[in-house]
Design a protein around this ligand. Structure first.
Ligand code: FAD
Ligand code: NAD
Length: 469
């Protein structure tokens, strides 16, 4: 093979692309990965999952030290915020983690090409190199993993200072006195939590009549109540019609989603968090014969092949939830399929977690989905307030709900709000992967006293037999 010939060229080094590149290299292929950002890791490592979780952790520690320790008998004196240091900690974690991907690329002998890639035929990628000049790469297979970017709203111009996307919200130089978040989904509630804990008065403007659409309705209601207790205000069923940023802040015009009288809201900063859209600009898709669906996502078959079989696509730029673990699993599956193995992703068991406090986690079908599909199901529920360890740590908010098939007892879904449920959801996911039942969860010996016992109690409750309630 010449220096510019590869088995696989991946465009995009996010959790989809970089994981695909590593797996393909592990399977013996010669791999190049084209990335236009100076650092690897995509949205997730640079401006998504990792920096947001760093800030969520730091702000939670701040809020806990300021308000949560006294009842445990710990006096701290006045707790003060060093925002500069908090942001620097986040930046340090990002740097460390993105460099970790560089290390993995070197270890796996993946050639990293810094520049913007585009298709130039069935087996050719043209790269406009970062430092100037071009490079032409030949590949037996091309994997598109170009991810997504924030969606905008008409008449709400983003300046990343007063009117920000998640990227601006990860780097505000001072705590805004007031923050309006447009969109009550993952980003709005996570980033809203960060700034609320640090002192902002947060108002969420949501188009629908509920938050976290797609998650279980009962969990969403409980989540909203908890956030309200933390000081969040919600304007549900409300649409934003325009925004104007000035020196002192932003004026936002809103009205009822169904239409009605216009109203003006004011805030120091506005975060637009109304979803993300696939990013395929300048990729040369149409010229290459690659097709998009109606939502602008790259269309693929069950083997991730686009309309051009040698060109495949994964992650946020194709259909499915825009989640890092989904993108990575597709990356592994594609590499294995290219190698002639049986790569596969089970889309029925992809957990979703909102990393607020308490956390919210979900896997499988919601009650709403089961009702709509006419599937008879049983429900088992158990609250954290009935668990001694949860009480000992002062984390009694929330519950676990297990949904099982009425006839077979097979677990169809699990929905949780409470301490650390983002970790605990994996038990339900594991049992679902193995086609297990609620009784299977209930018969697994769970260590005492751990919060995982709440999952077991909820599973026991499916059969009418929770012990501690
Ligand atoms: P991306 O991560 O978007 O990577 C695509 C890469 O391709 C980018 O680096 C881009 O520069 C590059 N690229 C695009 N076009 C070209 C081109 N033509 N040439 C060269 N390079 C190109 N998900 C979770 O699962 N958990 C979380 O906690 C979580 N938190 C998030 C928090 C925030 C604030 C945001 C914004 C997102 C979060 N997500 C989270 C979503 C997650 O980041 C995405 O689902 C994930 O990054 C998608 O991976 P990807 O590889 O498909 O694309
Ligand atoms: P989202 O889809 O989670 O939420 C967007 C919200 O905005 C929805 O509630 C929607 O009804 C609302 N909305 C849409 N248009 C509106 C309008 N005009 N006015 C008011 N509300 C409107 O999207 P997001 O929060 O922007 O996040 C994007 C994606 O990034 C998520 O879907 C998720 O896949 C991913 N993400 C995941 C995590 C995580 O896994 N913890 C964290 C952040 C982001």
């Amino acid at each position: 093979m010449s220096d510019d010939s590869f088995d696989v060229v991946v465009i995009g080094a996010g959790p989809g692309g970089y994981v695909c590149a590593i797996r393909a290299a592990q399977l013996g292929m010669r791999v190049a990965c084209v990335e236009s950002r100076k650092t690897l890791g995509g949205t997730c490592l640079n401006v998504g999952c990792i920096p947001s979780k760093a800030l969520l952790h730091s702000s939670e520690a701040f809020a806990h030290a300021a308000h949560g320790l006294e009842t445990l008998g710990v006096k701290t004196g006045k707790v003060t915020l060093d925002l500069k240091r908090m942001l620097a900690h986040k930046d340090g974690i990002v740097e460390q983690t993105t460099k970790g991907v560089d290390y993995l690329f070197k270890k796996n002998k993946i050639e990293r090409v810094l520049g913007k890639g585009r298709l130039a035929g069935l087996d050719t990628v043209h790269v406009d190199l970062e430092g100037g000049g071009t490079r032409i790469l030949k590949a037996k297979r091309i994997v598109l993993a170009t991810g997504s970017v924030p969606a905008g709203l008409p008449n709400v111009p983003i300046d990343e200072e007063r009117i920000v996307t998640s990227t601006g919200a990860l780097a505000l130089a001072e705590v805004p006195e007031t923050l309006i978040v447009i969109g009550g989904g993952y980003i709005g509630l996570e980033m809203g939590s960060v700034w609320a804990r640090l002192g902002s008065k947060v108002t969420v403007v949501e188009f629908l009549d509920r938050i976290v659409p797609g998650m279980d309705g009962e969990v969403a209601k409980a989540f909203q109540r908890v956030l309200q207790k933390q000081g969040f205000e919600f304007r549900l069923g409300t649409k934003v019609t325009g925004a104007k940023a000035g020196k002192d802040g932003v004026s936002l015009t809103v009205e009822a989603a169904a239409g009605g009288k216009a109203e003006t809201l004011k805030a120091a900063v506005v975060l637009v968090a109304v979803g993300r859209k696939p990013y395929t600009d300048g990729l040369g898709l149409a010229e290459a014969g690659v097709k998009l669906d109606k939502q602008g996502r790259i269309e693929v078959n069950e083997h991730y092949q686009t309309a051009v079989p040698s060109i495949l696509a994964i992650g946020d730029c194709i259909k499915g939830p825009m989640l890092a673990h989904k993108a990575s699993d597709e990356g592994v599956a594609v590499a294995e399929l290219i190698a002639g193995q049986a790569g596969h992703v089970n889309y029925d068991v992809i957990p979703g977690v909102v990393y607020t406090w308490p956390e919210v986690a979900s896997v499988g079908k919601t009650e709403e989905e089961l009702k709509a599909a006419g599937i008879a199901y049983k429900v088992g529920k158990f609250p954290f307030s009935a668990h001694a360890r949860a009480r000992a740590s002062g984390n009694t908010e929330g519950f676990v709900k297990v949904l099982a098939d009425a006839a077979t007892d097979r677990v169809l879904g699990a929905h949780m709000i409470g301490p650390d449920v983002g970790t605990m959801i994996v038990e339900a996911a594991t049992v679902m992967e193995f086609g297990g039942s609620a009784e299977d969860i209930a018969r697994i010996c769970h260590p005492h006293p751990t919060l995982t016992e709440v999952v077991r109690e909820a599973a026991l409750a499916v059969g009418g037999g929770a012990i501690h309630i």
